[in-house]
Design a binder for this molecule. Structure first.
Ligand code: FAD
Length: 474
């Protein structure tokens, strides 16, 4: 009989909860296990950078398994169709092990998968794996969920986290089933999807993700608190893409971090992992939050839907260098530093007053570390419509942010070549250069680099009064 492990955002062999329990079952029962990946019908795919990164990771994992003599079987089509196919081709499939999605479409899919398995006579085993705590684990005394992060963090910190689970390579390999490819056609479809994929962000498999963690622990964690806000310093772990595709588990990160000296940097880093769990929990209790503001008093807010402004923002042509540098990094690399995510999201929602949902969707397409909970949480935070969000009257000033977090304009110059030769004194406000300076810098404002598309001070006032008027009407 076969125990199937369905991989979906967990492309690793160590500290993989579903695999660990599947192998334990196999050892007890004498069954064999096999690895499965379900590929959505290609017509549902968008060809976005986020998908490209994901499929390339799957391919890399497939290769890694192959080197161990294990085949990662691919089944495409609707999920129902794929599970039926599995049972038809391998009638002795007895169990399906899977790390669950608890929010969004993935959670709905898992509910359906459970029912289908039941109807096919397959035992379905689901596990919480992708976060340090389950979304319904950190609750108040009266079992309601936390809406504010600080008290959430207090309870979260007291909860004993699950330790990483380990399997030896020989345990994994010995029990692997040697069955012929289940569906040649699906394998071909996967290869054709893969041919279209390209990514400029380093593709890290499990081994390199662990190395990246060690690099961060040796060189950066102690200064994390001071450095994390300065994009040019690269003081953060950059592990978000690995967490997204699961080449590393959050438990592996946390327990390695626990082994380090207790510093402010360590504390600040653990807090970020808690934010990740917090937003996951918020999405779990607010399943409509991709469309609806968690603070329901702001639902129905009259956001701007201007396509031209949205385009100038997404292309990095707003005329505000720090915003444009962030957006160009996103377009070029599929990743953006947290400070820049806050600045660009604030700019779209408060300076352009554009609907946060449009920004959220654009990030979804472009970010290779796209995580619906963190992205929605981050956008609702910046737009002041989420739980524990930035207050609507504290509007980020892009120029002040730029002067503070990219003092010498190094980050700006890296992503905006037109501004490369602009003096430090004007790098944050190039529109202040007179004609002579513009010529010297080889950058004519309005020709080589856009003039500011809006007046921040006017827009700030507009944003605040829109929020206030809306509140009064409600
Ligand atoms: P580090 O600073 O090294 O932090 C370690 C890990 O903690 C991160 O990898 C991440 O998993 C988690 N983390 C850090 N900051 C946050 C945070 N503010 N919220 C939730 N988790 C956090 N993060 C995503 O993983 N996917 C997204 O789609 C995403 N969209 C965002 C959108 C907006 C508008 C904002 C403001 C933030 C968003 N974030 C998102 C959170 C944060 O920007 C990234 O997690 C972080 O920049 C990743 O870089 P890092 O791995 O170097 O982080």
């Amino acid at each position: 009989q076969y125990v199937v492990v369905w991989f979906r955002r967990d492309f690793r062999l160590q500290d993989h909860t579903a695999l660990y329990y599947a192998i334990n079952e196999v050892k007890k029962s004498g069954k064999e296990w096999l690895a499965l990946f379900h590929l959505d019908p290609p017509e549902h795919l968008k060809g976005s950078p986020h998908e490209d990164y994901f499929f390339q990771t799957v391919s890399q994992f497939k290769q890694r398994l192959k080197e161990k003599g294990i085949h990662l079987h691919i089944l495409t089509g609707e999920m129902e169709e794929a599970l039926n196919k599995l049972k038809k081709e391998l009638p002795s499939t007895s169990d399906l092990y899977v790390n669950l999605d608890r929010v969004g479409e993935g959670a709905k899919r898992d509910e359906r998968a459970k029912d289908i398995c039941e109807s096919l006579g397959i035992s379905f085993h689901g596990f919480d794996d992708a976060y340090l705590t389950a979304p319904d684990q950190v609750v108040k005394g009266d079992k309601s969920y936390y809406k504010v992060f600080t008290p959430y963090l207090r309870t979260w910190s007291k909860i004993q986290k699950k330790k990483p689970v380990r399997l030896s390579e020989s345990e994994i390999v010995a029990a692997a089933a040697n069955v012929p490819v289940i569906d040649e056609k699906s394998e071909r479809v996967f290869q054709s999807v893969l041919k279209r994929c390209s990514t400029s962000w380093p593709l890290l498999g499990e081994k390199h993700a662990l190395e990246k963690l060690e690099e961060f622990l040796v060189g950066k964690i102690n200064d994390y608190e001071q450095n994390r806000d300065y994009p040019e310093l690269l003081g953060t772990s950059q592990l978000s893409p690995c967490l997204k595709v699961g080449t590393i588990s959050p438990r592996t990160i946390l327990f390695r971090v626990f082994e380090k000296k207790d510093t402010k940097g360590r504390e600040a880093f653990i807090k970020e992992l808690a934010w990740r769990d917090f937003y996951h929990m918020i999405q779990y209790y607010n399943p409509d939050c991709k469309e609806l503001e968690v603070r329901n008093e702001y639902q129905g807010f009259n956001w701007n839907q201007d396509k031209n402004l949205l385009k100038s923002w997404s292309e990095g042509k707003t005329g505000f260098p720090i915003v444009d540098a962030g957006m160009r990094q996103l377009k070029k690399e599929g990743w953006m530093h947290n400070r820049l995510r806050m600045i660009t999201a604030s700019f779209l929602t408060k300076d352009y007053l554009i609907d946060w949902r449009l920004g959220e969707r654009y990030f979804e397409e472009m970010l290779i570390d796209y995580d619906s909970s963190s992205n929605i949480g981050g956008w609702q935070w910046a737009a002041s419509v989420g739980t524990d969000a930035v207050p609507y009257f504290r509007v980020f000033n892009p120029t002040t942010q730029s002067k503070r977090f990219d003092k010498k304009g190094e980050y700006i110059r890296k992503y905006i070549p037109e501004l490369r030769h602009v003096e430090d004194a004007f790098i944050h406000e190039p529109w202040k250069m007179d004609e002579k300076k513009q010529k010297e810098a080889g950058c004519l404002i309005g020709r080589d680099y856009p003039a500011p598309s809006v007046n921040h001070h006017i827009q700030r006032k507009k944003a605040i009064s829109m929020f206030e008027e809306y509140k009064n009407v409600q």
